[in-house]
Design a protein around this ligand. Structure first.
Ligand SMILES: [Zn+2]
Length: 677
């Protein structure tokens, strides 16, 4: 493996039109944070770059919908997400934003460089234009009738009713969502990045030179390259974004996918005047952490831009993750099907590491994975509490009880002790090899195995029993247990930074250094430790059930929002209506009609007479419950025979979306035979 002088770690810039959820964390930010923390305690020169992606049509649309400016939208989510990352210990060196001036300057300069080198091709195409608003219309700004399902509110890029992807010219009766008017076709000039021209270079760079990339990443790149690449427009007709910095480009901005990755460069510039050594020195290793939806941008398009510019290095690796689902359903912002970070911290204060742990242990590294609250609870109770917490707690409590918190001498060791001591030395390499190859789940498992080793060592040696007969032996046991604990504060630091900081404060141990991992004399005899508390607490069923219930309520609310109310029937005249004799009546007898499932035979007092009506409500009402109930009937419906019984009239029912029938009653008791009009 090539040795690099320094590292540049980037994490996908989250889009500033919504909050961060566990899917983002599991897919991008936890792995990038583990990797960065590991490099830092190794003493490497590393910087970790992230920030908000603040351009693009979804932001302008959201602003329009809320009646605020795009800047207000991005300000809101930039602050919210910046805080969420900080709260979860995601240790970026900078969390910048693409609406900064430094980014505008950097992105413009980048564009101009390529422009002056003649890299772009120019093309005139036809696009919808809103004359009243005096602007071209992005796909999402055009609505019309879907040619497939007739939905009158389909967008220019997709019909959300039938799911078909569309182009604006597919829509029947297109209209502008800005003015509501009919858009016209107009010619517009745009600049294109000729990806087709870069294809041979990309094929060699990825398919031959980067066979070590993760299978899911390599596979997606190969499939794109096999299909053949097309030139891609780098500009858009829009008023929100980085203006295209050339003549004749009024009203045009850089396309968001072009400007967003340049955001990594501008953020680095903002962080350090020394930015060029991270971006231009081949001794720097650049790694992009992203989700699978970003693979094409970070493996094909951005490297093509960097390569065409010529002075930049290329990513060494792009360890993209697949998607995390939530309780067997796709995470969705619009359906509120997510665990939001700020809400998690309200419900589980101080438990950042538990979520970090659960998300890493179950990370969607090679395929989509599912987050369930039951799994979260099990990870906490059976692993963090029962293994790591239990071992650490026993070690520190016994040290306090036996030696007033002072580390005892390690006396003569036996064969088992020596095996354990030799074992401790192996974890460093085991975790390292997995971290260096972006296998974070395996790395975490290996780190936890050190806690397992400690837990087993105490269970096997039983110092709490031996102390009565052989106190000297117990000193040796506790010394070894303490060395394992000190090792844990290093090995587990990248994964569980909050807990390891606590543990170090109890151990009175210094900042973690990766090179110290595996050593068995980290705590010298006589070193004073502090009184510990519990490292992890059990999570009880009701806390988990509350979360599951919250999701179930979301599901119900979504279903209710999806209920399609039957459209109104054709109009009738008032005369038509007055022909129907609707009035109140009381049920005085009720019995099931034999050999039927649905029918009840009711005796009704209508105020005019007492009569029999047969009604299909037996699945929803039992006879004894409805006797005495006041209801509504149609009194003048022609009599008909049902199962040999003459039914005179009809009971009024409301039918809900599942076909369930409910009696319609006056809200206050009235005389039988009162007209309903
Ligand atoms: Zn449709």
């Amino acid at each position: 493996m090539k040795k690099f002088k320094r590292y540049l770690v980037t994490s996908a810039l989250p889009y500033a039109n919504g909050p961060i959820h566990i899917g983002h964390l599991a897919g991008v930010y936890i792995p990038s944070d583990i990797y960065t923390r590991y490099l830092r305690i190794k003493g490497e020169d590393v910087i970790s770059i992230c920030g908000s992606d603040e351009h693009g049509v979804p932001i302008t649309l959201k602003a329009r919908k809320e009646g605020v400016s795009p800047q207000q939208i991005v300000d809101r989510y930039h602050e919210l997400n910046k805080k969420a990352f900080k709260d979860f210990g995601i240790a970026f060196d900078i969390y910048s934003r693409t609406s900064n001036k430094i980014h505008y300057d950097t992105a413009s300069e980048f564009f101009l460089n390529l422009y002056n080198k003649g890299e772009f091709t120019e093309k005139v195409s036809n696009q919808y234009y809103d004359e009243e608003a005096d602007c071209f219309l992005a796909d999402r700004y055009i609505m019309g009738t879907c040619p497939h399902c007739g939905n009158e509110n389909a967008y220019g890029d997709q019909c959300e009713k039938c799911g078909t992807s569309l182009s604006p010219t597919d829509l029947i009766n297109p209209r502008s969502t800005i003015s509501g008017g009919k858009p016209l076709m107009r010619e517009t000039l745009h600049w294109y990045l000729p990806l087709d021209k870069y294809e041979p270079w990309l094929k060699k760079w990825i398919l031959e030179d980067h066979k070590e990339w993760k299978v899911n990443v390599y596979g997606q790149c190969k499939s794109w390259l096999d299909q053949g690449l097309q030139p891609r427009a780098v500009s858009r007709d829009l008023d929100w974004g980085v203006p295209v910095p050339v003549k004749g480009a009024k009203g045009k901005v850089l396309y968001v996918w072009f400007d967003a990755p340049i955001g990594y460069i501008s953020a680095t510039k903002e962080l350090t005047p020394d930015w060029e050594k991270y971006w231009k020195d081949p001794e720097t290793k650049m790694v992009h952490f992203i989700g699978k939806d970003n693979i094409v941008f970070h493996c094909i398009i951005f490297p093509s831009m960097l390569n065409a510019e010529g002075s930049f290095i290329l990513p060494e690796n792009v360890p993209a993750n697949e998607f995390l689902n939530l309780e067997n359903d796709k995470i969705s912002t619009s359906r509120n099907w997510a665990v939001w970070l700020h809400e998690y911290l309200e419900d589980f204060p101080g438990r950042q590491d538990v979520l970090r742990y659960a998300l890493c242990a179950n990370a969607p590294e090679t395929k989509d994975n599912d987050f369930t609250w039951k799994d979260f609870q099990a990870r906490n109770n059976n692993e963090l509490v029962a293994i790591l917490g239990n071992f650490v707690n026993r070690t520190l409590v016994l040290t306090n009880n036996y030696y007033g918190g002072k580390v005892p001498e390690r006396g003569k060791t036996n064969k088992y002790d020596n095996e354990v001591l030799a074992e401790i030395a192996k974890f460093k390499a085991g975790v390292e090899v997995n971290l260096e190859t972006y296998r974070f789940r395996e790395a975490l498992k290996e780190a936890m195995n050190l806690a397992r080793l400690g837990n087993k060592y105490l269970a096997d040696t039983e110092p709490w029993k031996v102390v009565k007969t052989d106190p000297e032996r117990v000193k040796t046991i506790m010394n070894i247990a303490l060395q394992i604990t000190a090792n844990l504060t290093i090995i587990c630091e990248p994964f569980l930074p909050f807990s390891m900081e606590k543990l170090r404060s109890w151990l009175n141990y210094t900042a973690p250094k990766w090179s110290n991992a595996g050593k068995v004399d980290l705590l010298l005899p006589g070193h004073a430790t502090n009184k510990p508390e519990l490292l992890f607490d059990k999570i009880e069923d009701d806390a988990i059930n509350r979360q599951i219930e919250k999701l179930m309520n979301t599901k119900k609310a979504n279903e209710a929002a999806n209920v399609k109310v039957i459209p109104a029937k054709d109009p009738i005249t008032f005369d038509d209506f007055t022909k129907i004799d609707i009035r109140t009546a009381t049920i005085i007898e009720a019995e099931k009609v034999p050999k039927t499932v649905k029918l009840l035979k009711l005796k009704i007092d209508t105020g005019i007479d007492v009569r029999t009506i047969v009604s299909g409500i037996a699945e929803y009402y039992v006879p004894e419950d409805i006797i005495g109930k006041q209801i509504s009937i149609i009194a003048n419906l022609e009599p008909r025979k049902i199962k040999g019984i003459e039914s005179r009239g009809m009971i009024l029912m409301a039918e809900d979306k599942d076909g369930k029938l409910v009696l319609v009653s006056p809200v206050k008791k009235v005389d039988n035979g009162s007209m309903i009009k």
